[in-house]
Structures are given as structure tokens and as C-alpha cells.
Design a protein around this ligand. Structure first.
Ligand code: PGA
Length: 265
């Protein structure tokens, strides 16, 4: 089975007006012009406020959200429901991002509830997991990741499990330009595959998309993605440059084509 690669752009709380978001979008559309993506999907996640601007994206791109509230509707002031997102054409939703864990106090249990709500309304959850610098120094990475994935995956059906995308984002690598090595990322991938095989089976482990996130730039892609055997990247700052985002999609597309040829030989 030919895999799809993903480039998820997390625009975070950037762009201060509809005009600014609109300008970003026109540049993005211009960069996408004339390009075809058969094996790579881009997901662009703007602020809720601008989601409706991001309709009619070029093929190869869909829109995602940065959060949701795990209820369909009701008296939840200031929140956004998964059904609102779905009805607006959103395909993916980033959940459990470390900035939400840090600034909004989201716990593993909150993340689980949100993941269940996303699955219920057919949104693909992009679940962020990752250890802090201190946890890494204490060699607790696997313990932390295990706690975070267990909270999300325990008790799910195989079908639910394989609809989830995991983004491994070491907290110390976000916004810092400090990156893990290829072998560190590969080790995490192996660890996650083992967890999924033991909890479900090898085919679920094979299907769950695993991304890397944290200081991603196109120039780092070989080391942090295909050499580390992940299925794509979650990009913060660099996604604010449409040129970079599309370049990464193109690099993944070329890599996928190479893999295809390799398989044919
Ligand atoms: P960064 O952010 O690429 O700016 O490090 C990544 C993220 O927070 O998802």
C-alpha cells in the first residue's frame, strides 16, 4: 500500500486581521498553482476566526482546526463544537498541543475526551504528545509518551485507533531550533509502533499516521522525516511562509515517488 505523507501547518494565534489571513491564503494558492500531489496531503490550520476564509483550497490541501470543545452544542461560552468544525469543512483537528496543555491546563483526560468527540463527528484527531526538557534529562521520555498515548488509545476500537494521527512533538524542540536526532525520532516511532501492536495489532500499528513536530524546516526534512521513517510533519513557524509549506509538500511527494520506484525494482 502506497502511504500518504502529511504536512500539517499549525498557524497558531498568528495573522491579526482577515486581510492578513486573506493575503496569506492568496500567496498559498499561488504557490500551489500547477502542482500536483498524489501521495502528499497538506492540512492548514488557521485560527478559528479565519476558517471560513480557507474554503475552496487547491487540491492537495484541506483545512484543519487547532482545538475543539468535546460537546455538540449548548451552554459552553467561548467554545467551538466538533460539529461546527465538520459543517465548516474542517477535516483534521490538532488536539493536546503542548501549548494547550501548558496555557489552558489541558490534561491527558481532557485530550482523550476531545479525541473521542473528534472521532464521533468524523474529524481526524492529530494528537500531540511529547516530553519536556526536564523529563528528557531524567530519561523519562518513554514513560511520559506511554502515559499520553495510553490515555488516548485505551478502550478504543481498532477502527477508532487507526483514524488517529499522532504527532511526536518534544516540548523542548518547539520554537527552539533544537532538534532531536534522526535516531531519537526513529526510536520514538519504534516505541509507538510497539505500543499500538501490543494494544491492537500490527495492522493498526501500520495504519496509524505518526508525524514529527518541533522546529521543522524544509532543510531538515531528510533527517527528521524519511530517514526517521515518520509519515509527515507538524509545522509551526515555518508554516507562516506558504513557500516553505508547499516546498515541504513537494519534497515529501518526490520522496514518495522514489519509494514507489524502489518498490517496483
Ligand atoms: P515550531 O512549532 O515548528 O514553531 O517549533 C511546532 C508546533 O508547535 O507544532
Amino acid at each position: 500500500m502506497q502511504k500518504t505523507f502529511y504536512v500539517v501547518g499549525n498557524l497558531k494565534m498568528n495573522m491579526l486581521s482577515c486581510d492578513e489571513a486573506g493575503q496569506y491564503l492568496s500567496v498559498l494558492k499561488r504557490e500551489m498553482r500547477g502542482r500536483e500531489f498524489s501521495f502528499t496531503q497538506g492540512v492548514i490550520c488557521p485560527s478559528f476566526l479565519y476558517l471560513s476564509l480557507f474554503d475552496h483550497l487547491p487540491s492537495g490541501l484541506t483545512k484543519g482546526a487547532q482545538n475543539l470543545f468535546p460537546e455538540k452544542s449548548g451552554a459552553y461560552t467561548g467554545e467551538i463544537s466538533p460539529v461546527m468544525l465538520k459543517n465548516d469543512g474542517v477535516t483534521h483537528v490538532i488536539l493536546g498541543h503542548s501549548e494547550r496543555r501548558l496555557y489552558a491546563g489541558e490534561t491527558d483526560e481532557d485530550v482523550r475526551e476531545k479525541v473521542l468527540a473528534a472521532l464521533k463527528y468524523h474529524l481526524v484527531p492529530v494528537v500531540c504528545i511529547g516530553e519536556t526538557k526536564e523529563e528528557r534529562a531524567r530519561e523519562e521520555t518513554e514513560e511520559v509518551l506511554l502515559r499520553q498515548v495510553k490515555a488516548v488509545f485505551d478502550g478504543l476500537s481498532k477502527l477508532q485507533a487507526e483514524s488517529i494521527m499522532i504527532a511526536y512533538e518534544p516540548r523542548w524542540a518547539i520554537g527552539t531550533d533544537v532538534l532531536p536526532t534522526t535516531s531519537e525520532i526513529l526510536q520514538v516511532r519504534v516505541f509507538l509502533r510497539k505500543f499500538l501492536t501490543e494494544t491492537f495489532d500490527a495492522s493498526v500499528a501500520e495504519r496509524v499516521v505518526i508525524l514529527y513536530g518541533g522546529s521543522v524546516k524544509s532543510s531538515f526534512l531528510p533527517a527528521i522525516s524519511w530517514e526517521a521513517q515518520v509519515d509527515g510533519v507538524l509545522v509551526g513557524r515555518e508554516s507562516l511562509f506558504p513557500y516553505e509549506l508547499v516546498k515541504m509538500m513537494e519534497m515529501f511527494e518526490n520522496e514518495a515517488k522514489k519509494e514507489k520506484t524502489k518498490k517496483r525494482i
